[in-house]
Design a protein around this ligand. Structure first.
Ligand code: AMP
Ligand code: MG
Length: 471
């Protein structure tokens, strides 16, 4: 379809005005296309050619309006680093409307009522990171928002230094956050809280619409999806970095990519966000924070559900997490997930941590090794890994096909140093690596002969880069 044929819906605007702020995007000066996502366009039934038109740039810049579009920012609250902030909201994101249940949103498109001290802008660096990483997560089978395109501009944006502004056109099946519920709960507006719950039921949990105890059933599913999301993150070595409740999707998706990182060497306590001095959002603490955030959500839902029943549901979280994590790790190892391999997995992670072994590279090597040497050369202590391998090889199913393991153990993940290289090139007007990395992100299990340097262990000087929240 052509852009002019698309018809958006804006159901969110049927709510009372307290839910949103109708606001037009503020365009950037001299916008240009950096990258467009043809794969996603296809899924949305948008013709590829449309992505390379002036209208597409204008769409992302907010100056071309699709039919039915009525731009608005959403209001929400949230717990940031454990402390409640009564009003946050989309300070630099503007929703355009939805296309068959996929909500289109611009990020970096100017001021809204919720901008607080911010400028409503996003810089090129963080926009490229979000654009590429959301696509990488999707391709790795992790529920996530995605992005259809990214534009850059000549407009200066002040951060620690001057940078250039950019806008990403993000899409998601939902942009409602745990914090959206917290907003109405904290204001004691329980009728609106219920309207929001009914909306979310329709949007993301339609199987429970009209069922008795529908809100409790929905909470149960949110608990399950969140537990599963955490299991995905832990199994692939993804650290989100800012798991505030306003960055937690009610639909159990990965959203709001900021100072995230993939693990280089396996390090349980790795902190990617350098403002997180306490390690609240460290890699290893993510499942605990998922649980903590669900507790906050349960509290916000308390006017709608029996709190004792809600607490029982909340306690199912750890089992959902453990089961899913075990299943995903067994798949990575080519083991039969119906047996308990918890100890074998933990043993492996311990020695990987002791020997500072690249997390992604290890599992990919394990998927293809012919001789033990290929594995042991990744480790400092050959004795330790050999002992583990001896045990492992007795357990591995004889019928486990290498291709099956390769299909779950990516050859490529977007490590921070790779993104940094693409960003620096883009800042100099060369978007080729952004586009190459998009292709890699979308096909992480393939070989990509021209980019095999990115499949190696992270070069020493680039290991464990941490990033600030500034974006
Ligand atoms: P984040 O942790 O990046 O998801 O952002 C937390 C809150 O700050 C959200 O309400 C954002 O909309 C808002 N925010 C972040 N950066 C900006 C900015 N440059 N201008 C306006 N609001 C912002
Ligand atoms: Mg956010």
């Amino acid at each position: 379809m052509k852009l002019e044929q698309l018809q958006l819906k804006t159901d969110y605007l049927n709510f009372d005005e307290e839910f949103f702020h109708k606001v037009a995007p503020t365009p950037l000066k001299d916008p240009f296309l950096i990258s467009a996502n043809e794969l996603l366009a296809k899924a949305l039934h948008v013709s590829k050619e449309e992505l390379y038109t002036k209208e597409f740039i204008s769409l992302i810049n907010g100056t071309y309006r699709l039919k039915g579009s009525d731009p608005f920012a959403m209001c929400y609250a949230g717990h940031q680093f454990g402390y409640f902030v009564p009003r946050l909201g989309d300070g630099r994101a503007i929703n355009l409307g939805s296309l068959n249940g996929t909500h289109l949103q611009l990020k970096g498109s100017g001021l809204t009522r919720y901008s607080r001290q911010g400028d409503g802008r996003a810089v090129l660096r963080s926009s490229i990171r979000e654009y590429l990483m959301s696509e990488a997560m999707h391709a790795l089978g992790v529920p996530s928002s995605r992005a259809l395109g990214i534009i850059g501009s000549d407009e200066d944006v002040a951060r620690e230094r001057w940078e250039k502004g950019a806008i990403v056109l993000r899409v998601s099946s939902s942009w409602v956050r745990f914090g959206t519920f917290e907003y109405f709960y904290s204001k004691k507006k329980y009728d609106k809280l219920q309207e929001l719950a009914d909306y979310v039921l329709q949007e993301s949990y339609s199987e429970f619409v009209g069922r008795e105890n529908c809100y409790l059933l929905m909470f149960e599913e949110i608990v399950k999806r969140t537990a599963h999301l955490m299991a995905h993150w832990q199994s692939i070595g993804f650290s989100h970095g800012v798991m505030n409740t306003d960055n937690m999707s009610i639909a159990g998706l990965t959203i709001d990519y900021g100072p995230y990182a993939f693990l280089d060497d396996y390090e349980f306590d790795f902190i990617c966000n350098h403002t997180d001095s306490e390690g609240r959002y460290s890699f290893g603490n993510q499942p605990n924070i998922g649980y903590w955030n669900l507790g906050v959500l349960l509290n916000a839902l308390s006017p709608l559900i029996n709190i004792e029943k809600g607490k029982e549901v909340l306690e199912t979280y750890s089992l959902f997490f453990i089961q899913k994590y075990h299943t995903l790790m067994c798949a990575k190892l080519g083991l039969d997930a119906t047996k308990d391999y918890g100890k074998l997995i933990q043993w492996l992670l311990n020695i990987m941590q002791q020997d500072a072994v690249d997390y992604t590279l290890f599992f990919r090597t394990l998927s293809e090794y012919e001789t033990k040497e290929e594995i042991t050369q990744l480790f400092i202590s050959k004795a330790r890994i050999n002992e583990w391998l001896d045990t492992y090889e007795k357990e591995i199913r004889p019928f486990t096909c290498k291709q099956t393991m390769k299909n779950v153990n990516p050859k490529y993940v977007l490590k921070n140093y790779m993104l940094q290289e693409a960003i620096e090139k883009a800042q100099n007007g060369d978007f080729s690596l952004v586009n190459d990395l998009l292709h890699v992100a979308q096909n992480p299990f393939d070989e990509h002969e021209a980019l095999t340097r990115f499949a190696k262990a992270t070069p020493h000087q680039f290991k464990a880069l941490t990033l600030s929240c500034s974006s």
